[in-house]
Design a protein around this ligand. Structure first.
Ligand SMILES: Cc1cc2nc3c(=O)[nH]c(=O)nc-3n(C[C@H](O)[C@H](O)[C@H](O)COP(=O)(O)O)c2cc1C
Length: 187
């Protein structure tokens, strides 16, 4: 297995309209692979404009928000790059597509890092943030998972939320749990 970094990827379409999506970027010796499942706006954008920003952020509301229809997170321009970054990024990498391994299900975009930037300090690990990340991944796969697995994972992750969450993590958790409730109720 490869090392995967969980990021918010920003891309733009041919008209320059930005799109943001949580994506795990896969480490290579000389760059990162972005691997979106079809269909995907990120994939369409990378085909139109072969640049992406990998945004490294600890604001878990952005991961949870993207999965629950809250995508209007502030963006700021990046010098010499057609794609903006998240204002909330602690740091970022500018990725340029070097080659594509096409696939009917999940194409792989091999990217080289052409620039990087740092914007704010990393202030340490927090269990609730990790729990929100895990719930976000669970929510992105609800349609594939049996109910018992969903319930068991949420029961475990709830411990970290109850013990260690701040207001932002509670808000992110609440958005995702609403989506889980909707799924349980067949919405
Ligand atoms: C932490 C995290 C990592 C994800 N990684 C991927 C990924 O590598 N590939 C993918 O297709 N979707 C991934 N997803 C789900 C996408 O965020 C989601 O399907 C998104 O809508 C992408 O589609 P879009 O480009 O059309 O917005 C991930 C979700 C989360 C929360």
């Amino acid at each position: 297995m490869s090392y995967i970094r969980e990021t918010i990827v920003t891309t733009v379409d041919a008209k320059g309209v930005p799109h943001i999506a949580p994506l795990g970027i896969i480490a290579q010796a000389d760059g990162w692979v972005i691997a979106p499942f079809r269909p995907s706006k990120t994939l369409d954008n990378l085909t139109a404009v072969p640049f992406a920003i990998a945004n490294y952020t600890d604001d878990m509301r952005i991961f949870a928000g993207c999965l629950t229809g809250r995508k209007a997170w502030p963006l700021v321009p990046v010098e010499d790059c057609p794609v903006p970054r998240l204002q909330a990024a602690l740091s970022h990498s500018v990725l340029q597509v070097a080659s594509v391994a096409d696939d009917g299900v999940r194409p792989r975009y091999f990217c080289k890092v052409v620039a990087e930037g740092s914007h704010a300090a990393f202030t340490g690990l927090n269990r609730a943030r990790a729990a929100v990340l895990e719930l976000a991944i669970l929510v992105s796969r609800l349609h594939m998972l049996p109910a018992e697995k969903i319930d068991a994972e949420i029961a475990y992750l709830t411990i970290a939320i109850e013990k260690t969450a701040g207001a932002a993590e509670r808000e992110a958790w609440g958005w995702l749990m609403q989506r889980v409730e909707d799924h349980r109720n067949g919405v």
